[in-house]
Design a binder for this molecule. Structure first.
Ligand SMILES: [Zn+2]
Length: 387
C-alpha cells in the first residue's frame, strides 16, 4: 500500500489543499509500466456533505490493507476517501456547503469533460480488429488528453486530479448519498451487466439506468467514453471491437444522516465481496468476512422513469411514506400543511415504484421537491439528473 498526496492548484496566496489517494496491489513501475488489472477506483464524498461514503472508505481501507499485506490484490485498487477537500472546507451560516463550488456555483459532480469527439477524431483510422489493442489505444489517448489539459482553477485541478487517478480503471465506484434515502445506484445501461453483482452485494433498493443522464457527472465521463466511441464507430461504418472497458457507478449510500459503523461496515464488506467476486482481491483467508450472495431485491428501472415529486404549495412537510417503501399510483407520499389557512395539500405517487429518496427539510416552498420514485416506464427526456 502506498499513499500519494496530490496538491491542488492554490486559488489564493497562502492557501493550498491536497487530495490524497491510497493504492493497493501492484502499481505499475518504471520497469514494468503496464497497469496490473483489474484496476478499481473508489472515491467518497465528491459531494462533500455526503458523508456515509467517507466512513465506508475508512472501513474498506482496513479490508484492503489486510488483503494487500497477504499479496491478495493482483491488480490495483485506488481509494480516495476524501474526494473533495474544496467542498469539505466550505461552510455558510454554520452549515456545510459541499455540493456546489461557492466560487463558481458549479455542482462538484457535473461539468466533467467529454473527450469522445477528440478521441474519435484521433483514433478512427488507428482502430484494429483486436479488442485489447483498441482498449489500450483509447486509454493511452485518454491519458494524452488529460496531460494536455492544464487546469487554471482549483476546481478544474480537482477534476483533473480525480480523472488522472480514475481514467484507466476497469471499475469506478463513486460513493454518494441522498438527503434521506434507501440504498440505490445509478449507472449507464452499458455497465449494468458488469455491475449487477455489485447491486446484489449492496442489496440495492433501486437501480436507475440511463444512457447519458446529461450534465456530465464524474461516473458517466468515464463510462461514457466507451459506449459513445463504440456508437461513433458504428455510425461511421467502422466494424471494430471496442468493449465497455470501464464500468462506473454512482452509489447512493442512503441518507446524509445514515453515518454509523454498522451500516458502513456492512457496505464496506459488500464492496469488498464484489471486489472478491471480480477477482480484484482474492484469497481464502479473507473469505469468512464475505457475506453470502443474495438475490437483487429490486428490478432495475430507467432513470427516465423516475418521478420527482413536487408540491405546488408551500408548507410544512409531513411524510406518510418511508424511504424504501414500494408505492402504487395514488398512494399518499406526503401532506403539505398550511397552518395559516389550515389547508392540507396531499402529494400522491404518480408512478408505481420504490420511494428511493426524500428531502431532509420539513418545510418547502411552492414548486419544491419532495422525493423520488423509481418508476418502470420512461416518460422524461433531456437532462435526467437534479441540480
Ligand atoms: Zn452526491
Amino acid at each position: 500500500m502506498r499513499r500519494i498526496d496530490h496538491p491542488l492548484l492554490a486559488p489564493s496566496l497562502g492557501c493550498q489543499k491536497t487530495l490524497s489517494s491510497w493504492h493497493f496491489g501492484t502499481a505499475p513501475t518504471g520497469d514494468n509500466p503496464a497497469q496490473k488489472r483489474p484496476k478499481v477506483y473508489i472515491q467518497a464524498s465528491l459531494h462533500a456533505d455526503e458523508l456515509p461514503g467517507m466512513l465506508v472508505a475508512h472501513h474498506l481501507r482496513s479490508l484492503l490493507e489486510a488483503a494487500d499485506a497477504l499479496g491478495d490484490v493482483p491488480g490495483e485498487v485506488v481509494l480516495v476517501p476524501v474526494a473533495n477537500p474544496i467542498g469539505l472546507a466550505q461552510r455558510v451560516d454554520h452549515r456545510p456547503m459541499g455540493r456546489f463550488d461557492l466560487d463558481t456555483a458549479e455542482n462538484f459532480n457535473r461539468h466533467y469533460p467529454d473527450f469522445v469527439g477528440a478521441l474519435f477524431d484521433h483514433l478512427r483510422t488507428a482502430f484494429t480488429h483486436d479488442a485489447a489493442s483498441n482498449v489500450a489505444m483509447v486509454r493511452q489517448a485518454l491519458r494524452d488528453q488529460l496531460q494536455r489539459w492544464t487546469p487554471t482553477t482549483e476546481l478544474h485541478s480537482l477534476r483533473h486530479t480525480l480523472l488522472g487517478l480514475a481514467h484507466d480503471a476497469d471499475y469506478v465506484l463513486d460513493l454518494h448519498c441522498d438527503c434521506e434515502g434507501a440504498l440505490h445506484l445509478y449507472t449507464e445501461e452499458a455497465c449494468w451487466s458488469a455491475l449487477e453483482p455489485l447491486a446484489r452485494r449492496l442489496q440495492c433498493a433501486a437501480v436507475l439506468l440511463a444512457k447519458n443522464s446529461g450534465g456530465n457527472p464524474f461516473d458517466e465521463c468515464l463510462s461514457g467514453v466507451w459506449w459513445k466511441l463504440a456508437d461513433a464507430c458504428a455510425a461511421a461504418g467502422l466494424q471494430v471491437p471496442l468493449p465497455q472497458a470501464c464500468c462506473s457507478t454512482t452509489i447512493e449510500l442512503r441518507g446524509e444522516a445514515d453515518v454509523c459503523h454498522s451500516l458502513a461496515q456492512t457496505d464496506a464488506q459488500a464492496i469488498f465481496a464484489f471486489l472478491h467476486d471480480m477477482g480484484v482481491v482474492r484469497g481464502a483467508p479473507l473469505s469468512p468476512l464475505l457475506p453470502p450472495a443474495r438475490p437483487l431485491p429490486c428490478q432495475p428501472t430507467p432513470l427516465a422513469g423516475s418521478q420527482t415529486l413536487h408540491t405546488p404549495v408551500p408548507g410544512v412537510v409531513v411524510f406518510a411514506a418511508q424511504v424504501g417503501q414500494r408505492l402504487a399510483v395514488g398512494d399518499l407520499v406526503a401532506e403539505i400543511i398550511d397552518p395559516l389557512s389550515r389547508h392540507t395539500h396531499r402529494v400522491e405517487a404518480g408512478v408505481a415504484g420504490v420511494l428511493y429518496a426524500r428531502i431532509r427539510d420539513r418545510y418547502v416552498h411552492a414548486g419544491g421537491e419532495l422525493g423520488k420514485i423509481a418508476g418502470a416506464t420512461p416518460f422524461r427526456t433531456g437532462a435526467l439528473l437534479g441540480a
